[in-house]
Ligand binder design. Structure first.
Ligand SMILES: NC(=O)c1ccc[n+]([C@@H]2O[C@H](COP(=O)([O-])OP(=O)(O)OC[C@H]3O[C@@H](n4cnc5c(N)ncnc54)[C@H](O)[C@@H]3O)[C@@H](O)[C@H]2O)c1
Length: 373
């Protein structure tokens, strides 16, 4: 039951506004996804139709950084679970990538195509400004470069903008996933993409660019999306084979690249997975952390999502560095994703443990070290 506790409202920062920001940390604590979040804030503005949650998981390594997702969650609790899982993932992503940022994430509940208005974004900019210093945001599903620029013109706590120079991080994320996917293949003794079959789920900003790169190096693609026009275009552009959304896991591919939403790998779906490697961009690919063991037991190599998809985070974080955004330096950091993944694959194999256990251990070690210094 949410709102069972007396809420703490940030009144002082919101004079003259219709926005209310409530501390719902204690209310969220009963959820399995909570995992010691430092703060969870609920922003509500009925006049401007904003219903947003900002989750700040851990700031031991630095201020929380993570994108804003706009999605029509079926309930407030579903949105809360989503943002908590995403926020925790950002802590781990930043830590494994060796960054001086913590984990946070935001969701705006609503249909980005129909309900995202300038008034809603104004209210959200006020919310970010009120949380100043705790949380920096950027793009995510349903939240575009234009939205980030809109916010950046009103508050400093936004990155991944044209104004700061790094722009939309999706192409950098896709590049990191591409390099990581090839590292997973190399780990399995496959040194070229020519003739390798890859099932790509989701042909959005990241999935599409990933397809371009894979196709350019000779991979054969199976593609799916709930947007059929996108699928048709991919079939034309990449000579890809179209697969129904519900059948992408069982497509006869060597690699499964999830690039849509999270939770696609679960105890129910893993038995039907055909591929021997999972390497894709989506956040929270596993329904539960423990599901990675099911992949391991089936001999499937899993590239932990927050390790392989760290390119976008590295790119937006660079905008906040003291010297400003430096693309060449960022791409050098992204080029280290394969090395990080290979280290995780080797340690997991040597210890007979799931790859995501090893990745989490690396993150936990870095966070613990930061706490003691
Ligand atoms: N954009 C980035 O830089 C970045 C960085 C890290 C992680 N990610 C993650 O990667 C994933 C993709 O991000 P994006 O920026 O490309 O998002 P996007 O919104 O541009 O694309 C997502 C695509 O998935 C499709 N989709 C949704 N549900 C589907 C389903 N059930 N089956 C098939 N397709 C479906 C959508 O129609 C859309 O085309 C997300 O999980 C995101 O959190 C993105």
């Amino acid at each position: 039951m949410l709102h069972a506790h007396t809420p703490r409202i940030l009144k002082d920062t919101l004079q003259g506004s219709t926005l209310t920001i409530t501390d719902i940390t204690a209310d969220a604590a009963h959820l399995e996804a909570f995992d010691h979040h430092e703060h969870v804030w609920h922003g509500r503005d009925e006049a401007r139709e904003l219903n947003a949650i900002v989750a700040i998981h851990n700031t031991a390594l630095g201020p929380a950084l993570g994108g804003t997702r706009m999605w029509p969650h079926e309930s407030f609790e579903a949105a809360l679970t989503d943002v908590l899982r995403l926020s925790r993932g950002m802590t781990y992503k930043a830590a494994v990538a060796g960054m001086h940022f913590g984990g946070g994430k935001a969701v705006i509940i609503g249909d980005a195509k129909k309900e995202k208005t300038p008034a809603l974004l104004e209210a959200y900019a006020e919310m970010l400004a009120a949380l100043s210093g705790q949380y920096y945001t950027a793009e995510d599903v349903g939240f575009t470069l234009a939205d980030a620029d809109f916010l950046r013109a009103r508050t400093d706590n936004v990155t991944g903008t044209t104004l700061g120079g790094s722009g939309n991080p999706s192409s950098v994320t896709a590049h990191g996933v591409f390099l990581g996917l090839k590292a997973a293949l190399r780990h399995r003794g496959v040194n070229a993409l020519e003739g390798v079959t890859i099932a790509v789920q989701g042909l959005g900003s990241v999935g599409w660019t990933l397809c371009e790169k894979l196709y350019a190096e000779g991979a054969k693609l199976f593609v799916t999306d709930i947007d059929t026009a996108r699928v048709e275009e991919a079939c034309r552009s990449f000579h890809a084979t179209s697969v129904a959304p519900g059948e992408i896991l069982s497509a006869p591919a060597d690699v499964f690249a999830p690039c849509a939403l999270g939770g696609v790998l679960s105890a129910e779906t893993i038995p039907s997975l055909h591929a021997g490697i999972v390497a894709g961009a989506a956040n929270n690919q596993l329904a539960r952390h423990e599901d990675a063991r099911l992949l391991m037991e089936r001999g499937i190599l899993y590239a932990p999502d927050y390790v392989i998809n760290a390119g976008g985070l590295l790119n937006v974080a660079a905008e906040l560095s003291p010297g400003g955004y430096d693309r060449a330096a960022t791409m050098e950091e992204v080029a280290r994703i394969p090395e990080t993944l290979t280290g995780i694959f080797q340690r997991a194999e040597a210890d007979r443990r799931p790859t995501n256990d090893v990745a989490a251990e690396i993150a936990d070690e870095r966070i613990a070290a930061a706490r003691t210094t």
